[in-house]
Design a protein around this ligand. Structure first.
Ligand SMILES: Nc1ncnc2c1ncn2[C@@H]1O[C@H](COP(=O)(O)OP(=O)(O)O)[C@@H](O)[C@H]1O
Ligand SMILES: [Mg+2]
Length: 326
């Protein structure tokens, strides 16, 4: 084993996110625990509203204030708990060690500053960075790698297409060579050929030891290109985590099965595996998928299934797997 690989670069313990002053309400991200290891691309998948973006925002302490907050849990990075460190410490870390590409490329850029100003600003936040010349070199090489010409530097965000804005964000996120890159639906505005370039770029990014990717997407096709492991969120809870191969070939949770059936993968037919019009937004005490699950019984509605680790290392939270020991 190569040294440094498989070490945890980020450990999340029981991360819980909810609305402030919402005593008694179910959290929006509910006791989520996972490890991100050096050298890996970890996928976070789930339907709309499953808590993917809130997880990403919580990791970087960017939850919309004052509405949402981290209610409990730990985010461990190099022995520091990112949920507790000072704002100053956090500002030094963001971008330099951990970078986040936000889901919404349209609002992630400043509307009144051109691309050049916004890219150079990244360096100015981190004073110890390279000289002006080195910075320009770095910017230009990353622009090129993402299929953008240096002319784009003079453009303002409104002059760019959605795909170009998204690529500018990729460049911005990589300027300081962060060890951890978190990308939230960051390829959805890209056409297929540009998406393929970004995937190539990310493969290159991962070749440097000790780097890791957390890729968030509803699109298993994209995640399958890069990820070694996939986690599935439903109603803010982790319902399954497995290697890519296990997940694709033997999804255990009915929610994962439904997501995969809906995805145009390997010519699979869109077989119906869940009840239409069920709301996954306000699950009660039970499994977050219970109201839509074809296999659900009273127990599923009343009692949340525990997240079990199976013999092969995967994790699943479903009363049926619990019973069958699958
Ligand atoms: N600012 C907010 N205030 C209250 N609820 C929110 C807020 N932002 C998101 N939510 C709710 O949190 C849940 C998860 O949202 P999100 O993480 O954005 O989902 P997604 O998996 O689509 O990225 C959704 O039900 C959403 O309605
Ligand atoms: Mg989202």
């Amino acid at each position: 084993m190569e040294e440094g690989r498989d070490a945890n670069v980020l450990s999340i313990h029981a991360l819980t996110v909810g609305a402030r002053q919402s005593a008694g309400a179910r959290p929006l991200v509910d006791s989520l625990s996972f490890e991100l290891r050096a050298g890996e691309a970890l996928g976070l998948m789930g339907g709309s509203g499953s808590g993917k973006s809130l997880t990403a925002l919580a990791l970087m302490r960017l939850l919309p204030w004052p509405y949402l907050e981290i209610q409990s849990g730990q985010i461990l990075w190099q022995d520091k708990d990112l949920s507790l460190i000072s704002d100053t410490e956090l500002a030094l870390l963001r971008g330099r060690h951990i970078a986040l590409l936000l889901q919404d490329a349209a609002t992630a850029l400043h509307p009144m500053r051109n691309v050049e100003q916004q890219l150079f600003q990244v360096f100015s936040y981190h004073a110890s960075s390279a000289s002006q010349d080195k910075s320009r070199e770095k910017i230009e090489s990353l622009l090129k790698a993402h299929g953008l010409s240096a002319k784009i530097l003079q453009a303002y965000p409104h002059e760019l297409s959605g795909g170009m804005r998204q690529r500018v964000l990729w460049v911005m996120a990589r300027l300081l060579d962060p060890e951890i890159l978190i990308a939230d639906e960051a390829t959805h505005a890209l056409d297929a050929s540009v998406q393929a370039d970004v995937i190539e770029q990310l493969r290159g990014y991962l070749e440097v030891r000790s780097r890791a990717l957390l890729l968030i997407s509803h699109d298993i096709g994209f995640l399958a290109e890069l990820c070694d492991r996939i986690m599935v969120l439903c109603g803010g809870r982790l319902v399954e985590e497995a290697s890519l191969a296990d997940l694709l070939h033997r999804p255990l949770h009915p929610y994962t099965q439904a997501l995969l059936a809906a995805a145009p993968l390997e010519g699979r037919k869109g077989q119906r595996l869940f009840r239409a019009q069920a709301s996954l937004q306000q699950p009660g005490l039970g499994c977050a998928f219970a109201s839509a699950c074809l296999h659900a019984d009273r127990r599923c509605e009343q009692e949340a299934p525990p997240l079990l680790r199976l013999a092969d290392g995967r994790r699943v939270a479903c009363h049926r797997s619990e019973e069958s020991g699958a």
